[in-house]
Design a protein around this ligand. Structure first.
Ligand SMILES: [Zn+2]
Length: 266
């Protein structure tokens, strides 16, 4: 397997992966989306809410606030020995405020330094003069399979690596160049022919093919090379999500190995 990083920003990563099967890369994509755990607010005890926002709406909104996650510091509640909410599986966040003001995610005060809102500027509610809010939110690890608030990824997708071939029958009519919505093709004056300038930007829409009267241009895709893009909500970095997805896949594979060995002994 070969991996080539194409673009990397804080929460975004684009890479090209070669010599892999589509089923493997799709398994990684699915695990990244719904089986890598992150922290999210799961329970809210509201002591005072004078705002016009219903308690249920506020609790739902709190659940969707992305929280910075330290996967080493916590365990999933289902894997914890406690009866209910211990420091190993949960974190308390307190929200207090008195109007007039807009209460933001940054006003949540966490009991654990590693767990806090990724962004301080998410508006939660508005308080008028004298109105108050007081609540305790309990954040826990969870997975996207259970609820979308635990999905670490915003975008997690791959596409087949495109291949464009242009035959000698091309009459340089320029239709493909002009019609391509992604400016993948260009006319090269020195060679007097159409050239591919940005193959990885091709979405394989085949507009060029459909507009070529000579049928000189062909769009295809490699089935062992993919462009993979992953963007997270900031709770985890793209690398952490990928690393944990591989661990989940490895654990699942090991379970099969253990089962097979157990079966062989019998
Ligand atoms: Zn616990």
């Amino acid at each position: 397997m070969e991996i080539d990083i194409k673009e990397k920003h804080d929460n975004e990563l684009t890479f090209v992966v070669k010599d892999v099967d589509v089923s493997f890369i799709n398994a990684i994509r699915r695990i990244c989306t719904v089986e890598v755990s992150t922290m999210a607010i799961d329970m809210v005890s509201i002591f005072k809410n004078d705002s016009t926002l219903f308690d249920e709406v506020l609790a739902h909104r709190l659940g969707l606030v992305p929280l910075e996650t330290d996967l080493e510091a916590f365990v999933l509640p289902s894997e914890c020995d406690c009866e209910d909410n211990c420091p190993s599986c949960s974190v308390s966040l307190i929200l207090k405020g008195k109007g007039p003001k807009v209460v933001y995610s940054g006003d949540l005060v966490s009991a654990h330094e590693a767990v806090k809102p990724v962004y301080d500027s998410i508006p939660l509610l508005k308080l008028k003069e004298g109105e108050e809010i007081e609540l305790e939110a309990i954040a826990k690890l969870g997975i996207g399979l259970e609820h979308a608030k635990w999905q670490p990824t915003i975008t997690c997708a791959y596409k087949y690596y495109p291949v464009i071939t242009i035959d000698d029958s091309c009459e340089v009519c320029m239709k493909c160049v002009n019609e391509c919505p992604r400016n993948v093709l260009e006319y090269d004056e020195s060679q007097n022919k159409i050239v591919i300038t940005d193959i990885e930007n091709c979405s394989a829409c085949k507009t060029c093919m459909n507009n070529c009267e000579q049928e000189a241009i062909h769009v295809d895709a490699l089935n062992d090379k993919f462009i993979f893009k992953i963007e997270t909500d900031g709770s985890l970095s793209p690398e952490e999500v990928l690393e944990n997805a591989c661990d989940v896949l490895k654990d699942k594979s090991e379970e099969i190995v253990v089962f097979c060995k157990g079966g062989a002994k019998k």
